[in-house]
Structure formats: structure tokens, C-alpha cells
Design a protein around this ligand. Sequence first.
Ligand SMILES: Nc1ncnc2c1ncn2[C@@H]1O[C@H](COP(=O)(O)OP(=O)(O)O)[C@@H](O)[C@H]1O
Length: 221
Amino acid sequence: MASSSVNLEDVPSESLMSELLRRMKCASKPEKRLILIGPPGSGKGTQSPMIKDEYCLCHLATGDMLRAAVAAKTPLGIKAKEAMDKGELVSDDLVVGIIDEAMKKPSCQKGFILDGFPRTVVQAQKLDEMLEKQGAKIDKVLDFAIDDAILEERITGRWIHPASGRTYHTKFAPPKVPGIDDVTGEPLIQRKDDTAAVLKSRLEAFHKQTEPVIDYYSKKA
Ligand SMILES: Nc1ncnc2c1ncn2[C@@H]1O[C@H](COP(=O)(O)OP(=O)(O)O)[C@@H](O)[C@H]1O
């Protein structure tokens, strides 16, 4: 296996040191399980990396996982692609399966940030069942409330560096060189569903299917 054959002498001292410092910082952090809910373009993906680093959590974004599956043409990706292209939700069973699997990763030991999940009340109920089995519970649900009118400009100007998840915007946060990631120099992409037309369906799905999830958690609190 690749991971067991790594020779520590080949790892630069700076990387070793920063990993050690991270582990020491993280050892004293309490467990935390967070859910971010908000429409497309509300800032969930921008805030997640900062919260993740501060609290030593893993960032589980179902949209990112599904896009990776579509790109790799896995059976899951093939099933999910049509709904995603139309801005509709993928079936509950598919996404519950990927979250169940992802939560077992060692990087989720201190807890997780769920970004884009649960997106239906059924998904929220299934999540509760999964957590109950582990004797765990959700600590906080953050509601990224924002007016629909602001979102179109944010979404249609968005550019993404797929490997890191870094996002840019042609007007609000342009990269140093258009179409190029500031850090790696790699090309940026635009998401296929980041068009005004598909955004309309995504917002419709949000209001109809995801807003009830906010009520679900308000009633539980
Ligand atoms: N929890 C989920 N349930 C169903 N479909 C999902 C879920 N998460 C992501 N998807 C699918 O992936 C697409 C992109 O999701 P995401 O990257 O979270 O987008 P957004 O920017 O709209 O919040 C959605 O439009 C939907 O088709």
C-alpha cells in the first residue's frame, strides 16, 4: 500500500513539523458536528475550510463528492449525473450512502461539517438514525439565509479550482490571472450547473425540499 511505504526521511521537515503542530492543536479540541444549510452561492463552501481548520473537522460536501463520481464515471456518478445537470436533487438513498461511508474517514475523528447534506427531511431523519447508532448527535445547524436576488450574479461569475475547492469570482474575487488558480497555477473551471437557467431549478429545489429541513431542526432544538 502506498501509505505504508512512505519513508519519513523523504518527507520535508517543514511538512512533518506542521503536521505535528496540527495534531497537537487538534488533540485538545472538543468533538463537533455541524450542518451548514443555505441556497447555492450563500457561502457554505467558502466558510467550510475556515471552520474545518479551526475546529479540526472534516468537510463533507455531497456536491463535491457527486461531481467527483460523475467525472470518474463510477456507477454512482452515472446515476447522479442527469439530476445534477438539471439542477434537481439526486435520490436520498444515493447521498445517504455516500455520507455514511464518508463519515468513517479518520479525518472525521473530531467531527464533521456537512455542506449540502441533509437536503431533504428524509435525509435528516436518516442522518439522525446513523448518528444514534454511534451515540452521537448534531451540535449546531447554521442557516445561511440570503435573498435569492443576490445569488444569480454570484453563481454565474463563479470560477473553481477543483482540486482544492478554492473559488473565485470574475467581479468580487478575481484570480491574479483570469482562468488560473493563484496558488497552483492550474486552470480554473466553471461548474456546468452554474448557469442562470439551472440556478432557477436549484433554488426551486432549495425552497421546496431543503427549507423544511431548517424547520425540522428548529423543532428539535
Ligand atoms: N444532499 C443532496 N441530496 C440530493 N442531491 C444532492 C445533494 N447534495 C448535492 N446534490 C446534487 O448535486 C448538485 C450540486 O450540489 P452542491 O455542490 O451542493 O450545489 P449548490 O451550489 O447548489 O449548493 C445538486 O444540484 C444536486 O443535484
